[in-house]
Design a protein around this ligand. Structure first.
Ligand code: HEC
Length: 132
């Protein structure tokens, strides 16, 4: 019984890898809610997009409100919350796990490129606050 399991696992894994191989890299980016490969982030655009879409909970400078946590906080430094966690937060929402503010809902009408600009703004705010 145990032996069978060990045989099936590598077979399944190789099928999975073959499946991935045939996916177009642009398609993978889209599925992950990532901007296209030629995307260049802009901090100023990021600030405007953040204020319009995120500040009601995270505060206009990312310092938090009564509705949501500060993103300018060492919990959200790049080594602990990589850029992909921002893309997934916007696309899928976030279940409450670090704080007591409740869940973050998915944020509609914010594109992967918009999130790319927002990340550039938040990373700059973090650097300015001495958070690396
Ligand atoms: C309705 C309130 C609300 C809005 C609007 C909102 N957030 Fe959040 N967000 C939250 C809350 C609450 C949490 C904390 C969840 C926890 O960890 O307890 C959170 C957590 C996050 C996290 C951490 C994700 C993780 O993996 O832990 C990121 C990144 C984030 N928000 C980015 C954004 C961005 C970018 C926007 C705007 C496009 C945005 N949020 C808009 C409420 C909000």
């Amino acid at each position: 019984m145990l032996k069978k399991k060990y045989f099936i696992l590598p077979v399944l894994m190789s099928l999975f890898l073959v499946g991935c191989d045939s996916l177009d890299p642009e398609e993978i980016r889209k599925r992950q809610h990532f901007p296209g490969k030629d995307f260049v982030a802009d901090v100023q655009q990021g600030e405007a997009l953040f204020v319009a879409n995120c500040s009601r909970c995270h505060g206009p400078a990312g310092l938090g409100t009564g509705q949501g946590p500060p993103l300018v906080n060492k919990i959200y430094r790049e080594a602990h919350h990589a850029d992909i966690t921002f893309h997934w937060a916007v696309k899928n929402g976030v279940k409450q796990h670090h704080w007591g503010f409740g869940d973050m809902p998915p944020i509609k009408n914010v594109s992967p490129e918009d999130v790319g600009h927002i990340i550039a703004y938040i990373r700059q705010q973090q650097r300015n606050a001495g958070i690396q």
